[in-house]
Design a protein around this ligand. Structure first.
Ligand SMILES: [Fe+2]
Length: 251
């Protein structure tokens, strides 16, 4: 049983399209889930949400989704400097202004966490646990340099044991590691990678072997279309450069 996990599309429709096309060519992938942050930063929030709904891809709420849905005071995003802080606020205001009432209401229905039994609920394991940021908050950044103790606490929090998988996104940088039999998987980002690689990123988990395995996939997409649409919109022009460089803010 292979499961694809896509996260942090961030309103980038061409990137989502490329990932869905890539999945079309992989008939051995039996299920697809999204890990939230469908909106923000790019100009297709309604279109991305509609596509996810039409495709029937189940998933969870990212911080951008839950803050947009609840009119929270900010998007819960991290910024490194005042310039990025300003852009973050601009993006959030733009998104709230442009999402349809239907999209906003639908984002509010997304669950915080989703548990999947890839081999069936009649077996005790493995369980695949999906959250956006971390099991405590969807705004918490679970980066690769987090300690073993942090990972252990998160596993305890969701009741994960040996053979189980906890998957999340939010940092836009893919990584994975195993600790005491629990596999921790950061899926990276479909629509706004920050690891220096501009291509759309997602992961495929394979539960067919004794131990679950991770394949990190990168897919080229129509970057020019995304860049031009951002430049044409009222979103900050820097976001176009950010996509093209895989997360390098314009200096
Ligand atoms: Fe995100």
């Amino acid at each position: 049983m292979k499961i694809a996990l896509i996260s942090d599309v961030h309103a980038n429709l061409p990137a989502l399209q490329a990932v869905l096309d890539d999945l079309q060519a992989r008939p051995d992938v039996g299920a697809v889930y999204h890990l939230g942050d469908l909106v923000g930063y790019a100009p297709w929030p309604d279109e991305v949400v509609n596509r996810i709904r039409v495709e029937g891809i189940p998933g969870i709420a990212g911080n951008y989704d839950s803050t947009t849905a609840t009119d929270y005071k900010h998007c819960g995003c991290r910024y490194e400097d005042p310039r990025q802080e300003e852009f973050s606020h601009l993006s959030y205001a733009w998104t709230r202004e442009h999402v349809s009432p239907e999209t906003k209401a639908w984002l509010g229905t997304l669950p915080f966490r989703l548990d999947v039994r890839p081999l069936g609920g009649h077996l005790a394991s493995p369980t695949l646990i999906l959250v956006h940021g971390a099991p405590t908050l969807n705004t918490l950044y679970w980066t690769e340099d987090r300690s073993d103790d942090f990972c252990r606490k998160m596993a305890e929090r969701v009741g994960a044991g040996s053979g189980d998988v906890i998957a999340f996104g939010h940092t836009h940088k893919p990584w994975h590691r195993e600790l005491e039999g629990v596999l921790f998987v950061n899926t990276g980002s479909v629509g706004r990678p920050k690891d220096g690689d501009w291509r759309a990123g997602y992961v495929i988990l394979d539960f067919g072997a004794e131990e679950p395995t991770v394949e990190v996939v990168r897919v080229e997409y129509d970057l020019e279309r995304a860049r031009k649409a951002i430049l044409k919109s009222d979103l900050p022009d820097d976001f176009a450069e950010y996509l093209a460089t895989g997360g390098k803010p314009a200096g």
